[in-house]
Structures are given as structure tokens and as C-alpha cells.
Design a protein. Structure first.
Length: 176
């Protein structure tokens, strides 16, 4: 679980392959795989908010290393998908009421992935663990409640994330 190297968070706007926030997980995974503690075919990226955007960026820059991605309350990475292979499967969890990152912004990213043929599962959540049928308008959501929703991890959805990850692994052979 690498942490951001800067106090303001991950360098998600630095989309080069040598981004230190991308190189650091490479080192950690290589070190653990070298000790036989990690199955290199089952490495996943997970994060919330800016950390979720970093997980997406990492997967975009290292598709040969990541079997699947899960995010909570995260935006699309600023780097677009340009590889010939398939984007890693992604589970996007987000709140119907979020004043930091609007529900519609997440849904635009999800729809763009789906248009590209990327396997994308999404869960729009209410204030609790339940799924919501639609995004709440900002006026109905409220600034304070929306900010709290953005910052509150979706408790009791960890099993959904783990079950999603368990379905995917990298296939042996050439990178996808």
C-alpha cells in the first residue's frame, strides 16, 4: 500500500512512465514477488479519491502488471488509454451525493470506458452501503453532506471489491 510521496497527494498529472508514484509500486511488487510473497498474475490497484485516480493511472501506465482496478470516489486519470491491449477490468464505487467529485463526472468516465469496450462494473451508493438508482442533484445533496460522503469509505463493500478482484488475473504469455 504505497502512500503518496507529496503532502498534496499522488502526482496524477505527471503521466510519464517514470512518475515516482508509479515507479515506487513497481519496486514494492518486484521485491515481494522476488520473495515469493506475491503472485505477479494477481496484482491489483485500489484507491479512493486521488488515490483511486492514481490506481487508474498506474494501470494505464503498467497494464502488463495489473489484473484489475477498483476505485472509490475517483476521477479518470488524465492519461488516456492508448495501448493496443485491453484495459484492466475496473470496479468504480461512488456516491450518488458527492460534492467533491460529482456523481455525473464519475458516470461520464464509466461511460467512456464502456464505449471503448473496457470491462467496467460500477456501484452508485447512497449514504449507507445500499445502491442508489440515480445521482442526486447538487442542490438536494448539500455541500457538507456531499463532502462527508466523499471522504467516507464505503464500509461493508470490501467483499464486493475482493470478489471482483478474485475474478481476474493476468494471463501468462505476452502482455494484453
Amino acid at each position: 500500500a504505497p502512500q503518496a510521496r507529496r503532502s498534496e497527494g499522488f502526482g496524477v498529472d505527471f503521466t510519464a512512465r517514470d512518475n515516482p508514484d508509479v515507479v515506487a509500486p513497481d519496486h514494492f511488487v518486484d521485491e515481494l514477488a522476488g520473495r515469493g510473497l506475491v503472485d505477479p498474475a494477481r496484482v491489483y490497484a485500489l484507491g479512493d479519491s486521488r488515490g483511486g485516480t492514481m490506481a487508474v493511472l498506474y494501470a494505464a501506465l503498467r497494464p502488463e502488471r495489473i489484473a484489475a482496478v477498483a476505485t472509490f470516489a475517483a476521477e479518470a486519470a488524465s492519461v488516456g488509454w492508448s495501448c493496443e491491449g485491453i484495459e484492466p477490468p475496473t470496479l468504480a464505487l461512488y456516491r450518488a451525493c458527492d460534492s467533491v467529485l460529482g456523481c455525473q463526472a464519475v458516470e461520464q468516465w464509466i461511460e467512456a470506458r464502456r464505449r471503448r469496450g473496457a470491462l467496467t462494473r460500477s456501484m452508485r451508493l447512497g449514504p449507507s452501503k445500499s445502491e442508489e438508482p440515480y445521482c442526486l442533484p447538487r442542490a438536494q445533496c448539500g455541500q457538507n453532506q456531499g463532502k462527508a460522503n466523499h471522504q467516507r469509505w464505503p464500509d461493508l463493500r470490501e467483499e464486493d471489491i475482493l470478489a471482483f478482484f478474485a475474478r481476474y488475473s493476468l494471463e501468462p504469455g505476452p502482455p494484453r
